[in-house]
Design a protein around this ligand. Structure first.
Ligand code: PLP
Length: 402
């Protein structure tokens, strides 16, 4: 018997990463490697919690922590600070609005729930954060996966084909990109790849609508400076394209549990932007009401005087970069194959056939990684250098022994 609506799915939520991480934690072998944890950890395996973020938070008055936020769409100072932070020095010619959300998850979720009718298509990467699929299911949307790579670059040909195919039977779709530092491959689109994609979207029939959603959860961990360059390409988005940028404070400010994020809405027409904001404001009111007042105040303050924060974050990025460099050097030396990696928290080994057997064999050797479509995810973000040293060779040997 169920009291639920017929459309609700009653099977238990299985989060394989959490259960795998627990298994890895309980493995007491001194050579055990836990490459499952998707949060940024230091060289002692402890979660990074930036002092530049949490020292000022601790000094906030109790009443500010106790109070409701001043608006359902988020406090004005937070909205403005996050907008400026995400857009940085980019001169955006499109009209823009922003709504505060509980984490990046809330931002992506608003996009999944506001634009498509049941059964319409959201295009998601073939190797991706699994929550996109869950969100599509929850909103009765059809998730269609696009292939990510063609040799060592983005497979734009497949994406174009899928867009055209899907637009034959529907008047709009969501195209989700998770860039830069894509989870879990660590790929970032080049500017010429962005240009080709936007040129193509602009050339689509004007009676079709595209909701272009970029989930930039890892944007503050690029290894190069110009992580916002794609926004300049977005300036040319035509009237039939709505741009959405889903931002997360979780990684950027080591604030996973604070549940802070935002969705930025971009379009040629101000009325369109405001309409979307108003619809989402009401949805927020009815779902989560408002997000943490003190969390928003704190991020707004940190971004007002970001020097200490920038310094701390820079050293975290440098550590991440060191880990990636070591892994890649050793992987290349033993011909261990991984998907094109540029930057970010994760790297993914190429492995289609025997994927599950490989994953199990790794665990038999006390190496814990996350199984993803067409690969095995290595969480560089939580692996100390000492654990990375020698790991690619072990991974290769176990693969060859299958
Ligand atoms: N997008 C991607 C690709 C992620 O990996 C995550 C978190 O793991 C998120 C969005 C959302 O994170 P949060 O809701 O914690 O901000």
């Amino acid at each position: 018997m169920t009291f639920l609506k017929k459309t609700r799915n009653t099977s238990e939520l299985v989060d394989t990463v959490f259960s795998l991480a627990a298994k890895a934690k309980n493995d007491l072998d001194p050579n055990a490697v836990n490459a499952t944890i998707g949060t940024l950890c230091d060289e002692d395996g402890q979660l990074f919690a930036f002092d530049s973020v949490f020292d000022p938070y601790d000094k906030l008055p109790h009443r500010l922590k106790a109070a409701y936020a001043s608006a359902f769409k988020g406090n004005d100072n937070y909205r403005q600070a996050v907008l400026n932070w995400v857009l940085r020095d980019k001169k955006i010619q499109l009209n823009k609005e922003i709504i505060a959300t509980p984490g990046g998850t809330g931002a992506v979720s608003l996009a999944f729930s506001n634009f498509l009718e049941p059964g319409q298509t959201v295009l998601i990467p073939e190797i991706a954060w699994p929550v996109y699929q869950l969100m599509a299911n929850e909103n009765s949307l059809k998730a269609v996966s696009y292939s990510l790579f063609e040799e060592d670059h983005f497979n734009i040909t497949n994406l174009k084909q899928l867009i055209l195919e899907n637009l034959q039977s529907q008047d709009k779709l969501i195209l989700l990109i998770n860039d830069p530092c894509q989870n879990p491959t660590g790929y970032s689109l080049s500017i010429s790849e962005w240009q080709e994609l936007i040129f193509f979207l602009n050339s689509l029939p004007k009676n079709k609508q595209i909701i272009l959603l970029n989930d930039v959860a890892y944007i503050d961990y690029t290894f190069t400076e110009d992580s916002r360059a794609f926004l300049e390409v977005w300036n040319s988005l035509e009237n039939h394209i709505l741009g959405l940028v889903a931002y997360s404070c979780s990684k950027s400010f080591t604030s996973y549990g604070m549940r802070l994020g935002a969705l930025i809405i971009l379009h040629q027409n101000q009325e369109v932007v405001e309409g979307v904001l108003h619809a989402m404001d009401k949805q927020a009111r009815s779902l989560w009401s408002n997000i943490s007042n003190s969390g928003m105040e704190n991020i707004a303050n940190v971004l007002c005087h970001p020097e200490a924060y920038l310094k701390e974050k820079k050293s975290a990025v440098q550590l991440l970069q060191k880990r990636a460099k070591l892994f890649i050097k050793q992987a290349d030396a033993c011909h261990l194959h991984y998907y094109p990696f540029k930057e970010g928290f994760f790297l993914t080994l190429v492995c289609d056939e025997k994927r599950e057997a490989y994953h199990q064999a790794l665990m038999d050797h006390h190496i814990y990684c996350v199984l993803v479509p067409k690969g095995i995810r290595i969480a560089l973000c939580s692996l100390p250098l000492a654990k990375i040293d020698g790991l690619p060779k072990r991974l290769k040997e176990i693969q060859e022994g299958l």
